[in-house]
Design a protein around this ligand. Structure first.
Ligand SMILES: *Cc1c(COP(=O)(O)O)cnc(C)c1O
Length: 468
């Protein structure tokens, strides 16, 4: 059975089931698998013709073995990905010779987060049903995470979900994707404040859960939850196999915020998939690009951009990579993270550790103007409209590519219809909402507007959690 350990080396080892139901480790670290499952080239090659759902089982099962029954996992996977809007689940779109976009936006909320959160909802219910427990999900969102989490857990019998978003500060499509989902267990809280305040309230609530009066536990749905990373590893294998892998290596460019999606690519490589290059593509919130290119870790104030899903000041999952760079030395990492989290001084990572990262990762930061230009350029070349996040990935891919003979795959993280500001700024008409969302703008909304006050929010959650 797979065990999970904390990146800071001072928290109990957990099973998958417990990792699924936790947020941060008790020592402040993130959970990672103690041993990484390994696949030989021959084994990967033998999966070449599998549909997405069967491949997903191959990749995911080693992480959950002993906690989730093999057949039950396959059933969950079939339900989740069978409901996606494209039969191939994650189809490739060709832009140029050896240049592709991997479309990860055919799930219910039109962003890649559905891949993980749809399955996470099923896994939670499966585990909670057997333990006869109920939990509370609490999360803050500036957009995509909230809607994907709500869609993923709306059918869960053992989960109440409370998603905080900054009042008036998410796009109408994104807000409606959260507030029009019908379910007694779904609560949208619009905070009269900004995203950071909402996020701080979530962090404080995880730190001290006494407002739940000991009856329930909080579960995290952001990408610190290992189950999310695990589900995202699959599409690296899938896209590679579709382009002649694993017999030839691939390169990936990944629009990055919290370093979750790209960490899944790094995992795929560790598991045996030949990946030649991983590109960290950021917007002007470029803390990772500055670290990679200058070895300077310095947190800058958050900038609001036309790619809101990548607007972060710090990338929490980067800690999972650092853990490996520091040879999985939890004590050393705890030290480093303590320095990094002070945020008052800049921190350097030792050159030989960073050198290991640079062998695989390149990085590039893309301004808003360049994002818009790339959307226009690709449309002119191919007639294909990129969402602005994906455009950042494509731009970074074109700038950083090491070898044009290796297929370059940019992860297409969202559908452009979600990001009106960018689409209009690039001079395009808004694309149509897909059929299952065609009446989104007229559906009834449900949300609670609350002040940015921790006690008020916690009281609202406690009251609504104890209804049953
Ligand atoms: C969440 C998100 C990202 C960033 O993903 P990370 O895993 O946080 O790096 C990029 N693009 C879109 C559209 C997203 O929703």
């Amino acid at each position: 059975m797979m065990k999970y350990i904390s990146t800071r080396g001072n928290a109990p080892e957990l099973t998958f089931e417990d990792v699924l139901l936790t947020g941060l480790a008790t020592d402040g670290g993130l959970y990672v698998p103690k041993e990484v499952p390994q696949f030989s080239l021959a084994e990967i090659e033998s999966w070449r013709d599998l549909p997405y759902t069967e491949l997903a089982h191959k990749v995911i099962y080693p992480f959950v073995e002993g906690c989730v029954d093999s057949d039950a996992l396959q059933t969950m996977i079939n339900e989740v990905y069978g409901a996606f809007g494209h039969k191939a689940v994650a189809p490739l779109q060709q832009l140029d010779n050896n240049e592709y976009v991997l479309e990860l936006f055919h799930g219910p909320t039109l962003a890649f987060k559905d891949f993980a959160l749809q399955l996470l909802g099923r896994l939670l219910d499966y585990v909670l049903e057997r333990r006869n427990e109920k939990v509370v999900i609490m999360g803050a969102t500036s957009g995509d995470t909230g809607s994907a989490a709500i869609e993923g857990t709306k059918a869960c019998r053992n989960v109440d979900i409370f998603i905080l978003h900054p009042y008036g500060k998410v796009s109408e499509v994104q807000r409606r994707q959260m507030t029009t989902v019908v379910g007694d267990n779904i609560f949208n809280i619009a905070i009269k404040g900004n995203f950071d305040q909402a996020q701080d309230m979530v962090k404080a609530s995880f730190g001290d859960q006494s407002f739940l009066r000991g009856e329930r536990k909080l579960v995290a749905v952001n990408s610190i939850n290992w189950a999310r990373i695990m589900s995202q590893i699959v599409y690296y294998f899938y896209s590679s196999l579709n382009l002649g892998g694993p017999l030839r290596p691939m390169a990936y460019s990944v629009p990055t915020g919290n370093f979750g999606d790209i960490f899944a690519g790094y995992m795929a490589k560790k598991m045996g998939l030949p990946i030649e290059q991983l590109i960290i593509a950021t917007n002007s919130n470029d803390v990772l690009h500055r670290l990679m290119s200058q070895n300077l870790y310095e947190v800058h104030p958050l900038q609001h951009t036309i790619t809101p899903s990548m607007d972060i000041a710090v990338s929490s999952n980067f800690e999972r990579l650092l853990f490996d760079l520091y040879d999985r030395d939890g004590a050393a990492l705890a030290d480093l993270m303590a320095k990094m989290n002070k945020r008052t001084e800049s921190v350097e990572v030792s050159e030989d550790k960073l050198g290991k990262a640079r062998a695989l990762f390149d990085s590039f930061a893309v301004s808003e103007d360049l994002t818009v230009q790339t959307m226009q350029e690709v449309y002119k070349e191919t007639g294909y409209l990129l969402d602005p996040h994906t455009a950042i990935g494509v731009k970074a891919a074109r700038e950083c590519r090491r070898n044009p003979r290796i297929p370059m795959i940019t992860l297409g993280t969202a559908h452009p219809v979600k990001f009106e500001d960018a689409v209009l700024r690039a001079g395009f008409d808004m694309p149509k909402l897909p059929h299952h969302l065609s009446d989104l703008m007229t559906r009834e909304e449900r949300l609670e507007v609350l002040p940015a006050d921790l006690a008020t929010v916690q009281e609202f959650i406690a009251t609504n959690t104890f209804k049953d």
